[in-house]
Design a protein around this ligand. Structure first.
Ligand code: PEP
Ligand code: MN
Length: 341
């Protein structure tokens, strides 16, 4: 049920208009007159009311505001599906008791480096290799990624290590290639509201790791998930990766509130990327531990053999030895909150 709050001094003619509009749409109106305010409870399946229809009610004379009880996201919502969604990727399940750590370089640079990083993170306990072949760089003059060659390197590393691949898709024109090589398609923060791209990945059943936009609200993140799910692909993993705030001490502000909030609002698995969230390698470990403690189902962590020589995001990349120490500590945190790694 949704609630329409009326302005003080609303006329009975205005109320009649609102009630008529609701009844014409197949709803019943429950008018409740308080001492200061009159409200109308809308009875019926209000999940079918669109945002545009809500706005048209909001513009009617006498209406002050509208409270939606049912969220605008449906398929992504806990109201729609109470049990946690489990996403199968090869022999792994994301969203269950086990916490998955997806680790690797920001960008795929060359085969020997990728292979070395992958075998190190695997040894430490990571279950996925991450690495971008298509990189959304702020400057067009920065390294843009190796493209399809990078995807082929990822496939080769997968074959050698057995680690499934998480890699970013930036453009629907590359979808066939990325589908061929990726086990999980990453949609980056900058593309969270690229609705055509979301619809495109929604047309397949390949799992999608959807990163929160730089200045997206939690509701907008869930609406972006809804775009993918409404096309039929329900295998969506949400990722908190930090948002823009006034704070300049860190690259972004990692919003760990988002983890329990998303878990409450949605049944989808939630992972955290402390590398982009913090932007500095020495902040990654404390935030990774905090993320698991907050209930995250996994982590996305940048690791590089030589961060000082990385072609992107070296300043936030862990070296394999620090990553190995972190994995040990994460096991203890996971145990404390009833999870395993
Ligand atoms: C990345 O994972 O390397 C990346 C570009 O992340 P984001 O889209 O969150 O900035
Ligand atoms: Mn990066």
């Amino acid at each position: 049920m949704d609630i329409i709050v009326l302005r003080p001094g609303v006329t009975s003619k205005e109320i009649r208009h609102i009630v008529k509009k609701l009844e014409d749409m197949g709803f019943k109106a429950n008018i409740s007159k308080g001492t200061e305010r009159t409200v109308i409870g809308v009875i019926g399946d209000t999940s079918k009311i669109t945002e545009d229809e809500v706005n048209s009610f909001g513009a009617m004379p006498g209406v002050e505001k509208i409270h939606r009880i049912i969220q605008p996201f449906k398929l992504a919502s806990r109201d729609f599906k109470a049990q946690d969604t489990l996403i199968k990727v090869g022999r792994h399940t994301i969203g269950g008791k086990r916490v998955h750590v997806m680790a690797g370089p920001c960008a795929v640079e060359n085969l020997p480096t990728l292979l070395k990083i992958a075998s190190e993170v695997k040894k430490a306990g990571a279950t996925f290799i991450r690495g971008g072949a298509y990189k959304p760089r702020t400057s067009p003059y920065s390294f843009q990624g190796l493209g399809e060659l990078g995807l082929r390197y990822l496939a080769e590393v997968k074959e050698k290590t057995g680690l499934p691949v998480v890699t970013e898709l930036m453009d629907p024109r590359d979808i066939d290639e990325v589908l061929r090589y990726a086990d999980i398609i990453q949609i980056g923060a900058r593309n969270m509201q690229n609705f055509r791209l979301l619809q495109e990945v929604g047309s397949y059943d390949k799992p999608v790791l959807l990163k929160r936009g730089l200045s997206a609200t939690i509701k907008e993140l869930l609406m972006a998930a809804e775009y993918i799910m409404s096309r039929g692909n329900h295998n969506v993993i949400l990722c908190e990766r930090g948002i823009r705030t006034f704070e300049t001490a860190t690259r972004n502000t990692l919003d760990l509130n988002a983890v329990p909030v998303l878990k409450k609002l949605s049944h989808l698995p939630v992972i955290v990327d402390p590398s982009h969230g913090a932007g500095k390698w020495d902040l990654v470990a404390p935030m990774a531990k905090a993320a698991i403690a907050a209930g995250a189902d996994g982590l996305l962590i940048e690791v590089h053999i030589k961060p000082e020589e990385a072609l992107s995001d070296g300043e936030q990349s862990l070296k394999p030895d620090n990553f190995t120490v972190l994995m040990k500590e994460l096991r203890a945190v996971a145990r404390a909150v009833g999870r395993t790694i």
